[in-house]
Design a protein around this ligand. Structure first.
Ligand code: AMP
Length: 191
């Protein structure tokens, strides 16, 4: 079974490339950002708590995210056939919890697809997306804090997964198709 983590800074193309990966490999998509935005839209307790963190560009506390993810895995039987994790894990405790959760379910992370994009390009892409996405966190100030959070809290995961022998470093600049071709090569090598 194939479980893919798609990893990279905000604006690195995780969502775009996830769609292509799903189309080719038929995985169940879990974007923690999308799940949180749905919770906010539905006015749930989790949504109300998450909103403040998201609008400041900060991470939602680990335990809330880990419980939310366990709930998505348990309530969607299709996740047993393989998942693409998009926007999760974002901290070392989340990565450790993911290993544990998958182990309990008799499976593991197959590969971490890490998209490498220059910071100036990330800011350009996010500002452009902000003009059409309507996302409250795609404005210059929040983008800056999301990039700081990525550099401080999330980027250490690269070393974590290199140590586990799971990290595929993907050059994330170029056309969508060029980047996907690099990803396909990396996934096909572990399939
Ligand atoms: P994204 O759509 O992945 O860019 O996520 C948007 C926002 O949701 C982030 O800036 C965080 O505030 C929150 N978020 C999404 N995924 C996580 C996660 N795995 N851990 C903590 N916060 C998250």
């Amino acid at each position: 079974m194939l479980n893919v983590v798609i990893f990279g800074a905000p604006g690195s193309g995780k969502g775009t490339q996830s769609e292509l990966i799903i189309k080719k490999y038929g995985l169940f998509h879990i974007s923690t950002g999308d799940v949180l935005r749905a919770e906010i839209k539905n006015g749930t307790e989790l949504g109300n708590t998450a909103k403040g963190f998201i609008e400041k560009g900060q991470l939602v506390p680990d335990q809330l995210i880990i419980d939310m993810l366990a709930n998505v895995l348990d309530s969607n039987p299709a996740t047993k056939d393989g998942v693409i994790f998009d926007g999760f894990p974002r901290t070392i405790p989340q990565a450790e919890a993911l290993n544990e959760m998958l182990k309990e379910r008799g499976t593991q992370v197959s590969i971490v697809v890490g998209l490498d994009v220059e910071e100036s390009e990330l800011i350009d892409r996010l500002l452009k997306r902000g003009q059409i996405s309507g996302r409250s966190d795609d404005n210059y100030e929040t983008i800056k804090s999301r990039l700081d959070v990525y550099n401080n809290q999330t980027s250490p995961l690269k070393a974590f997964y290199i140590k586990e022998g799971k990290y595929a470093d993907i050059q994330g600049m170029g056309t969508v198709e060029e980047i996907f071709a690099r990803i396909e090569k990396a996934i096909d090598a572990v399939k």
